[in-house]
Design a protein around this ligand. Structure first.
Ligand code: SF4
Length: 458
Protein backbone atom coordinates (compact mmCIF):
# COMPACT_ATOMS: atom_id res chain seq x y z
CA UNK A 1 0.00 0.00 0.00
CA UNK A 2 1.18 3.52 -0.73
CA UNK A 3 1.40 5.48 2.47
CA UNK A 4 3.01 8.72 1.33
CA UNK A 5 1.61 11.06 -1.28
CA UNK A 6 4.78 12.40 -2.81
CA UNK A 7 8.51 11.77 -2.89
CA UNK A 8 10.21 13.37 0.11
CA UNK A 9 13.77 13.89 1.28
CA UNK A 10 15.48 10.55 1.70
CA UNK A 11 13.59 8.93 -1.17
CA UNK A 12 15.63 7.63 -4.08
CA UNK A 13 15.68 10.24 -6.83
CA UNK A 14 15.14 9.51 -10.49
CA UNK A 15 18.56 10.17 -12.05
CA UNK A 16 17.33 11.56 -15.34
CA UNK A 17 14.91 14.22 -14.14
CA UNK A 18 15.85 17.83 -13.52
CA UNK A 19 16.84 18.48 -9.85
CA UNK A 20 14.33 21.35 -9.63
CA UNK A 21 11.63 18.77 -10.40
CA UNK A 22 12.93 16.12 -8.02
CA UNK A 23 9.55 15.51 -6.35
CA UNK A 24 7.98 14.79 -9.74
CA UNK A 25 9.76 11.44 -10.00
CA UNK A 26 10.24 8.35 -7.83
CA UNK A 27 12.24 5.17 -8.14
CA UNK A 28 10.06 2.21 -7.22
CA UNK A 29 11.05 1.02 -3.78
CA UNK A 30 8.75 -1.22 -1.76
CA UNK A 31 10.36 0.05 1.46
CA UNK A 32 9.56 3.67 0.59
CA UNK A 33 6.30 3.71 -1.35
CA UNK A 34 5.50 7.05 -2.95
CA UNK A 35 4.05 8.48 -6.14
CA UNK A 36 5.40 11.48 -8.05
CA UNK A 37 4.04 14.95 -7.32
CA UNK A 38 1.26 15.39 -9.88
CA UNK A 39 -1.68 17.63 -10.80
CA UNK A 40 0.56 20.63 -10.19
CA UNK A 41 1.62 23.47 -12.44
CA UNK A 42 4.70 22.83 -14.52
CA UNK A 43 7.90 24.09 -12.88
CA UNK A 44 8.62 27.53 -14.41
CA UNK A 45 11.36 27.40 -17.01
CA UNK A 46 10.72 23.76 -17.90
CA UNK A 47 9.41 23.16 -21.42
CA UNK A 48 6.43 20.95 -20.63
CA UNK A 49 4.75 18.75 -23.23
CA UNK A 50 1.31 19.33 -21.78
CA UNK A 51 -1.61 20.83 -23.71
CA UNK A 52 -4.13 23.49 -22.66
CA UNK A 53 -7.59 22.97 -21.14
CA UNK A 54 -9.27 23.86 -24.44
CA UNK A 55 -7.35 21.11 -26.22
CA UNK A 56 -8.31 18.71 -23.43
CA UNK A 57 -11.97 19.57 -24.05
CA UNK A 58 -11.47 18.98 -27.77
CA UNK A 59 -9.75 15.65 -26.99
CA UNK A 60 -12.83 14.57 -25.11
CA UNK A 61 -15.64 16.10 -27.19
CA UNK A 62 -14.34 16.09 -30.77
CA UNK A 63 -16.00 12.76 -31.76
CA UNK A 64 -19.49 13.87 -30.62
CA UNK A 65 -21.76 13.57 -33.66
CA UNK A 66 -25.05 15.31 -34.57
CA UNK A 67 -23.45 18.53 -33.23
CA UNK A 68 -21.59 21.48 -34.73
CA UNK A 69 -18.34 22.35 -32.96
CA UNK A 70 -17.73 26.12 -32.89
CA UNK A 71 -14.46 27.47 -31.44
CA UNK A 72 -15.01 30.95 -29.99
CA UNK A 73 -11.59 32.53 -30.26
CA UNK A 74 -8.81 33.41 -32.70
CA UNK A 75 -8.75 31.15 -35.73
CA UNK A 76 -5.48 29.56 -34.61
CA UNK A 77 -7.22 27.94 -31.62
CA UNK A 78 -9.59 26.27 -34.07
CA UNK A 79 -6.67 25.06 -36.16
CA UNK A 80 -5.00 23.66 -33.03
CA UNK A 81 -8.17 21.80 -32.05
CA UNK A 82 -9.01 20.55 -35.52
CA UNK A 83 -6.82 17.43 -35.28
CA UNK A 84 -7.40 15.13 -32.33
CA UNK A 85 -5.68 11.74 -31.93
CA UNK A 86 -4.28 12.32 -35.43
CA UNK A 87 -7.80 12.53 -36.90
CA UNK A 88 -9.18 15.69 -38.50
CA UNK A 89 -12.62 16.90 -37.45
CA UNK A 90 -14.75 19.69 -38.88
CA UNK A 91 -14.63 22.75 -36.62
CA UNK A 92 -15.91 26.28 -37.11
CA UNK A 93 -14.36 29.42 -35.67
CA UNK A 94 -15.67 32.85 -34.71
CA UNK A 95 -12.23 34.10 -35.83
CA UNK A 96 -11.89 36.75 -33.12
CA UNK A 97 -9.53 39.58 -33.98
CA UNK A 98 -8.20 42.69 -32.23
CA UNK A 99 -11.52 44.50 -32.67
CA UNK A 100 -13.48 41.85 -30.73
CA UNK A 101 -10.80 41.60 -28.06
CA UNK A 102 -11.21 45.35 -27.43
CA UNK A 103 -14.97 45.75 -27.91
CA UNK A 104 -16.15 42.25 -27.06
CA UNK A 105 -17.04 39.22 -29.20
CA UNK A 106 -20.58 38.43 -28.05
CA UNK A 107 -22.23 40.03 -31.09
CA UNK A 108 -19.98 38.13 -33.47
CA UNK A 109 -20.65 34.88 -31.63
CA UNK A 110 -24.42 35.42 -31.88
CA UNK A 111 -24.08 36.21 -35.56
CA UNK A 112 -22.10 32.98 -36.07
CA UNK A 113 -24.67 30.90 -34.18
CA UNK A 114 -27.53 32.32 -36.24
CA UNK A 115 -25.62 31.60 -39.43
CA UNK A 116 -25.02 28.00 -38.34
CA UNK A 117 -28.75 27.72 -37.60
CA UNK A 118 -29.53 28.85 -41.16
CA UNK A 119 -26.98 26.66 -42.88
CA UNK A 120 -27.33 23.53 -40.74
CA UNK A 121 -30.96 23.53 -39.57
CA UNK A 122 -30.87 19.76 -38.94
CA UNK A 123 -28.01 19.82 -36.45
CA UNK A 124 -29.14 18.83 -32.97
CA UNK A 125 -26.70 20.93 -30.96
CA UNK A 126 -23.93 23.49 -31.19
CA UNK A 127 -20.96 23.26 -28.82
CA UNK A 128 -19.25 26.62 -28.24
CA UNK A 129 -15.67 26.23 -26.99
CA UNK A 130 -14.67 29.33 -25.01
CA UNK A 131 -10.92 29.88 -25.52
CA UNK A 132 -8.45 32.24 -23.81
CA UNK A 133 -9.39 35.50 -25.57
CA UNK A 134 -13.11 35.51 -24.67
CA UNK A 135 -12.13 34.05 -21.30
CA UNK A 136 -10.11 37.21 -20.65
CA UNK A 137 -12.59 39.71 -22.08
CA UNK A 138 -15.56 38.06 -20.39
CA UNK A 139 -17.93 37.68 -23.32
CA UNK A 140 -21.41 36.73 -22.11
CA UNK A 141 -21.46 33.43 -23.98
CA UNK A 142 -24.49 32.12 -22.06
CA UNK A 143 -26.60 35.09 -23.18
CA UNK A 144 -25.54 34.64 -26.81
CA UNK A 145 -26.45 30.95 -26.53
CA UNK A 146 -29.90 31.73 -25.06
CA UNK A 147 -30.64 34.24 -27.80
CA UNK A 148 -29.45 31.88 -30.53
CA UNK A 149 -31.51 29.01 -29.12
CA UNK A 150 -34.65 31.15 -29.16
CA UNK A 151 -34.02 32.20 -32.74
CA UNK A 152 -32.96 28.83 -34.18
CA UNK A 153 -34.46 26.21 -31.89
CA UNK A 154 -31.06 24.48 -31.77
CA UNK A 155 -29.50 23.62 -28.42
CA UNK A 156 -26.45 25.88 -27.90
CA UNK A 157 -24.07 24.64 -25.20
CA UNK A 158 -21.06 26.61 -23.93
CA UNK A 159 -17.89 24.65 -23.16
CA UNK A 160 -16.08 27.00 -20.80
CA UNK A 161 -12.50 25.86 -21.39
CA UNK A 162 -10.08 28.79 -21.78
CA UNK A 163 -6.57 27.39 -22.12
CA UNK A 164 -5.33 28.99 -18.91
CA UNK A 165 -7.64 26.92 -16.66
CA UNK A 166 -5.94 24.26 -14.56
CA UNK A 167 -2.46 22.85 -15.08
CA UNK A 168 -2.93 20.62 -18.11
CA UNK A 169 -5.37 19.13 -20.58
CA UNK A 170 -7.09 16.94 -17.97
CA UNK A 171 -8.94 20.08 -16.82
CA UNK A 172 -10.52 20.17 -20.27
CA UNK A 173 -11.43 16.49 -20.06
CA UNK A 174 -13.33 17.19 -16.84
CA UNK A 175 -15.07 20.22 -18.35
CA UNK A 176 -16.08 18.19 -21.40
CA UNK A 177 -17.45 15.38 -19.23
CA UNK A 178 -19.48 17.85 -17.17
CA UNK A 179 -20.94 19.35 -20.36
CA UNK A 180 -22.18 15.93 -21.42
CA UNK A 181 -23.62 15.26 -17.96
CA UNK A 182 -25.36 18.64 -17.76
CA UNK A 183 -26.66 19.00 -21.31
CA UNK A 184 -26.81 15.64 -23.10
CA UNK A 185 -26.98 12.54 -20.92
CA UNK A 186 -30.41 11.51 -19.68
CA UNK A 187 -32.61 13.76 -21.80
CA UNK A 188 -34.73 10.89 -23.13
CA UNK A 189 -37.12 10.07 -20.29
CA UNK A 190 -38.87 7.37 -22.29
CA UNK A 191 -35.72 5.30 -22.94
CA UNK A 192 -35.81 1.80 -21.47
CA UNK A 193 -32.83 -0.26 -20.38
CA UNK A 194 -32.19 -3.61 -22.01
CA UNK A 195 -30.90 -6.35 -19.70
CA UNK A 196 -27.45 -6.21 -21.24
CA UNK A 197 -27.13 -2.50 -22.07
CA UNK A 198 -23.92 -0.78 -21.03
CA UNK A 199 -21.91 2.38 -21.73
CA UNK A 200 -18.15 2.47 -22.15
CA UNK A 201 -16.61 5.62 -20.67
CA UNK A 202 -13.16 6.85 -21.69
CA UNK A 203 -12.86 4.99 -25.01
CA UNK A 204 -11.98 6.88 -28.22
CA UNK A 205 -11.69 4.25 -30.97
CA UNK A 206 -8.05 4.89 -31.82
CA UNK A 207 -7.42 2.97 -35.05
CA UNK A 208 -10.52 0.84 -34.46
CA UNK A 209 -9.98 -0.07 -30.78
CA UNK A 210 -13.64 0.51 -29.96
CA UNK A 211 -14.87 -1.62 -32.86
CA UNK A 212 -12.79 -4.53 -31.51
CA UNK A 213 -14.15 -4.04 -27.99
CA UNK A 214 -17.73 -3.70 -29.21
CA UNK A 215 -17.43 -6.90 -31.26
CA UNK A 216 -16.08 -8.87 -28.27
CA UNK A 217 -18.89 -7.64 -26.04
CA UNK A 218 -21.43 -8.21 -28.81
CA UNK A 219 -20.47 -11.90 -28.90
CA UNK A 220 -21.37 -12.08 -25.23
CA UNK A 221 -24.79 -10.57 -26.02
CA UNK A 222 -23.94 -7.13 -24.64
CA UNK A 223 -25.24 -3.97 -26.27
CA UNK A 224 -23.21 -0.76 -26.00
CA UNK A 225 -25.65 2.16 -25.86
CA UNK A 226 -22.94 4.82 -25.99
CA UNK A 227 -19.14 4.77 -26.00
CA UNK A 228 -17.95 8.11 -24.69
CA UNK A 229 -16.91 9.57 -26.81
CA UNK A 230 -15.88 7.09 -29.53
CA UNK A 231 -19.38 6.78 -30.97
CA UNK A 232 -21.25 9.37 -28.88
CA UNK A 233 -24.16 11.08 -30.60
CA UNK A 234 -26.69 13.54 -29.24
CA UNK A 235 -29.31 10.77 -29.54
CA UNK A 236 -27.44 7.91 -27.84
CA UNK A 237 -26.25 10.17 -25.00
CA UNK A 238 -29.88 11.01 -24.30
CA UNK A 239 -30.45 7.29 -23.56
CA UNK A 240 -27.10 6.69 -21.81
CA UNK A 241 -28.65 6.98 -18.32
CA UNK A 242 -30.68 3.81 -18.90
CA UNK A 243 -27.97 1.14 -18.78
CA UNK A 244 -27.10 -1.67 -16.37
CA UNK A 245 -23.40 -0.88 -16.14
CA UNK A 246 -20.82 1.77 -16.95
CA UNK A 247 -17.51 0.27 -18.05
CA UNK A 248 -14.55 2.61 -17.54
CA UNK A 249 -11.69 2.17 -19.97
CA UNK A 250 -9.66 5.35 -19.41
CA UNK A 251 -9.81 6.19 -15.71
CA UNK A 252 -8.77 9.80 -16.07
CA UNK A 253 -11.49 10.76 -18.56
CA UNK A 254 -14.13 8.15 -17.72
CA UNK A 255 -13.78 7.66 -13.97
CA UNK A 256 -15.24 10.93 -12.62
CA UNK A 257 -18.12 10.74 -15.08
CA UNK A 258 -18.93 7.16 -14.05
CA UNK A 259 -19.00 8.18 -10.40
CA UNK A 260 -21.34 11.11 -11.12
CA UNK A 261 -23.63 8.81 -13.11
CA UNK A 262 -23.63 6.39 -10.18
CA UNK A 263 -24.67 9.16 -7.83
CA UNK A 264 -27.28 10.64 -10.18
CA UNK A 265 -28.74 7.55 -11.86
CA UNK A 266 -27.57 4.68 -9.64
CA UNK A 267 -25.56 3.04 -12.43
CA UNK A 268 -22.74 0.83 -11.07
CA UNK A 269 -19.35 1.01 -12.75
CA UNK A 270 -16.32 -1.17 -13.21
CA UNK A 271 -12.80 -0.19 -14.31
CA UNK A 272 -11.23 -2.51 -16.86
CA UNK A 273 -8.52 -2.59 -19.51
CA UNK A 274 -8.87 -4.16 -22.94
CA UNK A 275 -5.13 -4.08 -23.61
CA UNK A 276 -3.24 -7.37 -23.40
CA UNK A 277 -4.62 -10.91 -23.28
CA UNK A 278 -4.66 -11.19 -19.49
CA UNK A 279 -6.34 -7.83 -18.95
CA UNK A 280 -8.87 -8.35 -21.77
CA UNK A 281 -9.88 -11.73 -20.36
CA UNK A 282 -10.17 -10.22 -16.89
CA UNK A 283 -12.28 -7.39 -18.34
CA UNK A 284 -14.69 -9.80 -20.03
CA UNK A 285 -14.97 -11.85 -16.84
CA UNK A 286 -15.64 -8.76 -14.73
CA UNK A 287 -18.29 -7.45 -17.11
CA UNK A 288 -19.79 -10.94 -17.51
CA UNK A 289 -20.03 -11.30 -13.72
CA UNK A 290 -21.84 -7.96 -13.40
CA UNK A 291 -24.39 -8.89 -16.09
CA UNK A 292 -24.72 -12.59 -15.22
CA UNK A 293 -23.07 -13.58 -18.48
CA UNK A 294 -20.21 -15.66 -17.05
CA UNK A 295 -20.66 -18.55 -19.46
CA UNK A 296 -20.70 -16.30 -22.49
CA UNK A 297 -17.56 -14.57 -21.23
CA UNK A 298 -15.70 -17.87 -20.80
CA UNK A 299 -16.74 -19.02 -24.27
CA UNK A 300 -15.43 -15.84 -25.93
CA UNK A 301 -12.23 -15.88 -23.87
CA UNK A 302 -11.48 -19.51 -24.74
CA UNK A 303 -12.05 -18.95 -28.46
CA UNK A 304 -10.02 -15.74 -28.63
CA UNK A 305 -7.11 -16.89 -26.50
CA UNK A 306 -6.77 -20.05 -28.59
CA UNK A 307 -6.63 -18.05 -31.81
CA UNK A 308 -3.72 -15.82 -30.76
CA UNK A 309 -1.79 -18.19 -28.48
CA UNK A 310 0.71 -19.49 -31.05
CA UNK A 311 1.51 -16.05 -32.46
CA UNK A 312 1.96 -14.53 -29.02
CA UNK A 313 4.22 -17.33 -27.95
CA UNK A 314 6.51 -16.53 -30.87
CA UNK A 315 6.44 -12.80 -30.07
CA UNK A 316 7.24 -13.50 -26.43
CA UNK A 317 10.20 -15.61 -27.45
CA UNK A 318 11.51 -12.74 -29.59
CA UNK A 319 10.77 -9.90 -27.17
CA UNK A 320 11.47 -11.42 -23.79
CA UNK A 321 14.26 -9.63 -21.93
CA UNK A 322 14.01 -6.38 -23.92
CA UNK A 323 13.86 -3.10 -21.98
CA UNK A 324 11.41 -0.28 -22.66
CA UNK A 325 10.67 3.32 -21.61
CA UNK A 326 7.01 4.36 -21.74
CA UNK A 327 5.94 8.00 -22.05
CA UNK A 328 2.16 8.35 -22.24
CA UNK A 329 -0.49 10.99 -21.71
CA UNK A 330 -2.28 9.87 -18.58
CA UNK A 331 -4.02 6.92 -17.10
CA UNK A 332 -2.81 4.16 -19.44
CA UNK A 333 0.64 4.03 -17.85
CA UNK A 334 -0.43 1.24 -15.51
CA UNK A 335 -2.47 -0.92 -17.87
CA UNK A 336 0.00 -0.62 -20.77
CA UNK A 337 2.86 -1.68 -18.53
CA UNK A 338 1.05 -4.92 -17.91
CA UNK A 339 0.98 -5.50 -21.69
CA UNK A 340 4.73 -5.07 -21.98
CA UNK A 341 5.33 -7.35 -19.02
CA UNK A 342 3.01 -9.93 -20.58
CA UNK A 343 5.43 -9.96 -23.53
CA UNK A 344 8.39 -10.39 -21.19
CA UNK A 345 9.62 -6.81 -21.69
CA UNK A 346 11.09 -4.97 -18.70
CA UNK A 347 9.75 -1.47 -18.06
CA UNK A 348 12.65 0.81 -17.09
CA UNK A 349 10.65 3.99 -16.74
CA UNK A 350 7.09 5.23 -17.18
CA UNK A 351 6.24 8.89 -17.63
CA UNK A 352 2.93 10.66 -17.91
CA UNK A 353 2.00 14.22 -18.88
CA UNK A 354 -1.08 14.58 -16.73
CA UNK A 355 -1.58 11.40 -14.70
CA UNK A 356 -3.41 11.71 -11.39
CA UNK A 357 -2.59 10.08 -8.05
CA UNK A 358 -4.77 7.04 -8.83
CA UNK A 359 -3.01 6.56 -12.16
CA UNK A 360 0.40 6.66 -10.49
CA UNK A 361 -0.71 4.34 -7.68
CA UNK A 362 -1.93 1.92 -10.33
CA UNK A 363 1.36 2.17 -12.25
CA UNK A 364 3.47 1.93 -9.07
CA UNK A 365 1.87 -1.37 -8.12
CA UNK A 366 2.82 -2.94 -11.47
CA UNK A 367 6.45 -1.76 -11.64
CA UNK A 368 9.64 -3.55 -10.57
CA UNK A 369 11.92 -2.10 -7.87
CA UNK A 370 14.34 0.43 -9.31
CA UNK A 371 12.11 1.45 -12.23
CA UNK A 372 11.35 5.17 -12.55
CA UNK A 373 7.91 6.76 -12.43
CA UNK A 374 7.81 10.39 -13.61
CA UNK A 375 5.19 13.13 -13.92
CA UNK A 376 5.21 15.80 -16.66
CA UNK A 377 8.32 14.44 -18.39
CA UNK A 378 9.99 16.88 -20.76
CA UNK A 379 12.16 16.45 -23.84
CA UNK A 380 15.46 17.03 -22.04
CA UNK A 381 14.61 14.34 -19.49
CA UNK A 382 13.68 11.82 -22.17
CA UNK A 383 17.03 12.55 -23.76
CA UNK A 384 18.85 11.94 -20.46
CA UNK A 385 16.84 8.76 -19.94
CA UNK A 386 18.06 7.47 -23.30
CA UNK A 387 21.68 8.28 -22.50
CA UNK A 388 21.61 6.78 -19.02
CA UNK A 389 19.49 3.66 -19.61
CA UNK A 390 19.99 2.88 -23.33
CA UNK A 391 16.56 1.15 -23.62
CA UNK A 392 15.94 -1.31 -26.46
CA UNK A 393 12.73 0.48 -27.44
CA UNK A 394 10.62 3.45 -26.40
CA UNK A 395 6.85 3.87 -26.67
CA UNK A 396 5.20 7.27 -26.55
CA UNK A 397 3.86 10.16 -28.58
CA UNK A 398 5.27 11.95 -31.58
CA UNK A 399 7.28 14.35 -29.40
CA UNK A 400 9.45 11.56 -28.02
CA UNK A 401 9.68 9.77 -31.34
CA UNK A 402 12.25 12.08 -32.94
CA UNK A 403 14.50 12.15 -29.89
CA UNK A 404 14.54 8.36 -29.82
CA UNK A 405 15.23 8.15 -33.55
CA UNK A 406 18.07 10.63 -33.23
CA UNK A 407 19.80 8.35 -30.76
CA UNK A 408 19.17 5.14 -32.64
CA UNK A 409 16.42 3.81 -30.39
CA UNK A 410 13.47 1.99 -32.02
CA UNK A 411 10.17 3.64 -31.27
CA UNK A 412 6.49 2.66 -31.26
CA UNK A 413 3.82 5.35 -31.24
CA UNK A 414 1.01 5.32 -28.69
CA UNK A 415 -1.83 6.08 -29.28
CA UNK A 416 -0.99 3.81 -32.16
CA UNK A 417 -1.09 4.47 -35.90
CA UNK A 418 -1.07 0.99 -37.39
CA UNK A 419 -4.30 -0.70 -36.28
CA UNK A 420 -6.23 -1.55 -33.13
CA UNK A 421 -4.26 -2.51 -30.01
CA UNK A 422 -7.35 -3.44 -27.99
CA UNK A 423 -8.47 -7.03 -27.52
CA UNK A 424 -6.68 -10.24 -28.43
CA UNK A 425 -5.77 -9.53 -32.02
CA UNK A 426 -4.99 -5.93 -31.06
CA UNK A 427 -2.42 -7.21 -28.58
CA UNK A 428 -0.88 -9.23 -31.38
CA UNK A 429 -0.67 -5.99 -33.38
CA UNK A 430 1.15 -4.30 -30.49
CA UNK A 431 3.64 -7.18 -30.21
CA UNK A 432 4.15 -7.14 -33.99
CA UNK A 433 4.81 -3.37 -33.99
CA UNK A 434 7.39 -3.66 -31.22
CA UNK A 435 9.17 -6.48 -33.00
CA UNK A 436 9.09 -4.69 -36.37
CA UNK A 437 10.57 -1.59 -34.74
CA UNK A 438 13.29 -3.61 -33.01
CA UNK A 439 14.25 -5.71 -36.02
CA UNK A 440 14.41 -2.95 -38.61
CA UNK A 441 17.98 -3.14 -40.00
CA UNK A 442 18.16 0.64 -40.15
CA UNK A 443 18.48 0.92 -36.37
CA UNK A 444 21.80 -0.87 -36.29
CA UNK A 445 23.22 1.65 -38.74
CA UNK A 446 21.62 4.68 -37.05
CA UNK A 447 22.60 3.50 -33.58
CA UNK A 448 26.19 3.07 -34.61
CA UNK A 449 26.29 6.66 -35.86
CA UNK A 450 24.38 8.15 -32.95
CA UNK A 451 26.52 6.43 -30.29
CA UNK A 452 29.26 8.81 -31.36
CA UNK A 453 26.87 11.78 -31.39
CA UNK A 454 25.54 10.95 -27.94
CA UNK A 455 29.03 10.70 -26.55
CA UNK A 456 30.13 14.04 -27.96
CA UNK A 457 27.12 15.96 -26.65
CA UNK A 458 26.82 14.49 -23.19
S1 SF4 B 1 -3.78 28.23 -24.69
FE1 SF4 B 1 -5.53 29.57 -25.16
S2 SF4 B 1 -4.94 30.63 -27.05
FE2 SF4 B 1 -3.60 28.81 -26.87
S3 SF4 B 1 -4.70 27.20 -28.02
FE3 SF4 B 1 -5.29 27.00 -25.86
S4 SF4 B 1 -7.21 28.19 -25.76
FE4 SF4 B 1 -6.17 28.84 -27.66
Amino acid sequence: MLKKEYALDGFKRVPFIDPVRAVHGVLIDAAAPAVPACDQRTVPGVMSQRACAYYGARWFLAPLKQAIHLVHGPVSCAYYGETVRKKKYTVFSTDLSEKEVIFGGEAKLLQNLLEIGERFPDTKAILIYVTCAPGFTGDNVERACRNAEQATGIRCVPVNCPGFLGYHQATGHEIGAQVLLDHFIGRDDKAEAGSYDINILGEYDVMGDYKVIKALLGRMGINVVSALTADATVDNLARAHRVRLNVIHCRRTGGPMAEKMRQKYGIPHVKVSFFGVAQTSTALRQIGARLNLQEAAERVIAEEEAMVAADLERYRWELSGKRVGLFFGGSRIGSMQNCYRELGIEVLAAGSQFGGKDDYRDAWSTMKPGAALVDDTNEEEVLRFIRQYRPDVIAGGMREKWIAHKFGIPFTVFPQESGPYAGYFGFRNLARDILVALKAPVWQIVRGESETDAGSTS
